[in-house]
Design a protein around this ligand. Structure first.
Ligand SMILES: Cc1cc2nc3c(=O)[nH]c(=O)nc-3n(C[C@H](O)[C@H](O)[C@H](O)COP(=O)(O)O)c2cc1C
Length: 481
């Protein structure tokens, strides 16, 4: 009989194993080695999900999963779009869904349940020890051991009661007794924390450290304010998400969780936090004071599994997920704006899904390519920390960097086709930003389309007709594969 609650990480692992995309690795050390194996796995041509067990210093059964969403099939399963999609297929299947899910979220309020496998073990007070689990030190220059990378941090708006789920890095503090939560000001979770502290002097928080990666994707993506990611997850699943209510704070925890805590943040409880390898591929900043969670209660399943999602130089753990989500959201926004001729968008992993975006279009009029490029650079889904947008004709696949660079090299004239926009929405994470400077950036739009007026007489591409090639490939399959 199937007893797993909805949004169970174990169901996801079973599905990934059935796809043939799971590797099991026994015997790594939590101190750097586990992180290094994960890092090497992201660089494989077909990066697998990796389930680490028998971690040095810990008993067998205490596990860590990485790479949970790192392929089209795994992400397709996570977003319930299907198990057999390719890159373009996931983006295509996603088109239009985020806005439909947001609209449907209110039809799927969470369902509060009394029992869950999570509640099998409960610890309070001095028995709480986050280092009882094999929390990795992911990279050598990390400030400590980060238990929260793929985590789902739940806060609430004290005025409306609406819950928010967000993904913010969490570093273990006080030898395992507590953990800092590094939510950047402005994030919905950070706003909720500020509201509670202003009103009551303390902010209630619950955190899940292992769950179906749908919660990692939704917690780590800009779901509109005022919509609970838990209800939104219900809209994705087409079923209400079961949750348990944490007794001290009254906040919700997904019943499918492997390990969860509840506690309070107060402005006087700070610990030094960071640095940590970031999605840009660099360490950002130095060790700084950060809000520290006073944990009152911890629960875990028997033999729990931590969900890891460490960023770093791309490709990293969640760069594929970020790329696909951003590509689909940007394409949707361009279509919603009514811009004609947009074929496809790809927010490349090498730019962390933000810094380098290619967009293809079928040119319809003079200035069309610049319009598409400029709107892409500043549309809400892309505006934060974009640096380059390349517009290409529709014979170019924007997800193929070789083709994009070829188009740039042969169809763009730098003095005519590169425009620089100044004072854009930058970030403190920008490795180019000097310490203490305001977070602006500049961005280039590169028009790598054939000039509109020269489409008729632009030199022909030296390539055989695709249909002819397909026939030849068939005939010579034994040689060409
Ligand atoms: C694995 C992962 C780690 C992240 N770490 C942080 C972080 O440490 N701090 C932060 O502010 N945002 C972080 N983010 C980005 C936020 O999760 C993202 O902006 C999200 O939309 C925030 O949700 P909220 O606006 O509902 O608070 C991370 C995202 C992912 C996927």
């Amino acid at each position: 009989m199937h007893n797993e609650p909805l949004l169970s990480l174990r169901d996801h692992i079973t599905a990934v194993a059935d796809m043939g995309e799971l590797r099991r690795v026994d015997g790594t050390h939590w101190d750097l080695e586990l992180g290094a194996v994960a890092e090497l796995s992201y660089q494989l041509p077909r990066p697998p999900a990796v389930l680490f067990d028998d971690i040095v210093g810990y008993r067998k059964g205490l596990r860590v999963l990485t790479g949970s969403t790192g392929s089209a099939r795994r992400l397709g399963r996570t977003l319930r779009l299907g198990h057999d999609l390719d890159d373009a297929g996931v983006v295509e299947a996603l088109r239009g869904r985020p806005s439909r899910w947001a609209a449907a979220a209110s039809d799927f309020p969470v369902e509060i349940v009394d029992d869950a496998p999570l509640l099998a073990n409960e610890l309070t007070g001095d028995d709480i020890d986050l280092l009882a689990f094999p929390v990795p030190r992911w990279h050598a220059a990390d400030g400590g051991r980060f238990i929260g990378t793929g985590c789902f941090v739940v806060t609430s708006n004290p005025d409306t009661g609406v819950h928010n789920g967000g993904c913010y890095r969490m570093e273990v503090q006080d030898e395992g007794r507590s953990a800092t939560i590094a939510a950047v000001p402005g994030k919905h979770g950070a706003q909720n924390i500020e509201r509670w502290i202003a009103r009551e002097g303390r902010a209630p928080v619950t955190v899940s450290f292992g769950h179906d990666p749908l919660l990692l994707v939704l917690g780590g993506t800009e779901v509109p304010a005022g919509i609970s990611e838990l209800d939104y997850a219900g809209a994705v699943l087409g079923a209400r998400v079961p949750v348990v209510r944490a007794p001290d704070t009254g906040l919700l925890i997904p019943a499918g969780s492997e390990i969860a805590v509840e506690g309070w943040l107060t402005p006087d409880n700070l610990r030094e936090e960071g640095p940590f390898g970031e999605w840009t591929g660099y360490y950002s900043g130095r060790r700084r004071p950060c809000l520290n969670l006073d944990i009152t209660r911890l629960w875990h399943r028997d033999d729990p599994i931590l969900l890891g999602a460490p960023p770093g130089r791309p490709p990293h753990d969640y760069s594929y997920m970020r790329t696909v989500m951003k590509s689909a959201m940007i394409e949707d926004e361009l279509v919603t704006l009514g811009v004609p001729g947009v074929r496809s968008v790809w927010a490349h992993e090498s730019g962390g899904g933000r810094l380098f975006i290619a967009v293809s279009l079928e040119q319809r009029y003079h200035g069309h390519a610049r319009q598409v490029a400029a709107l892409t650079a500043q549309c809400p889904a892309a505006a934060y920390m974009n640096r380059y947008v390349v517009a290409v004709d529709d014979d170019i696949d924007p997800s193929d960097l070789e083709q994009v660079i070829w188009a740039m090299s042969t169809r763009s004239d730098p003095q005519r086709d590169i425009e620089v926009l100044r004072y854009g929405w930058g970030s403190k994470l920008d490795p180019l930003l000097p310490e203490g400077e305001p977070a602006y950036n500049s961005r280039a739009i590169i028009d790598a389309c054939r000039p509109f007026e020269r489409r008729g007489d632009f030199p022909a591409v030296a390539r055989s007709d695709p249909e002819y090639l397909a026939g030849v490939r068939e005939k010579w399959r034994h040689l060409l594969g």
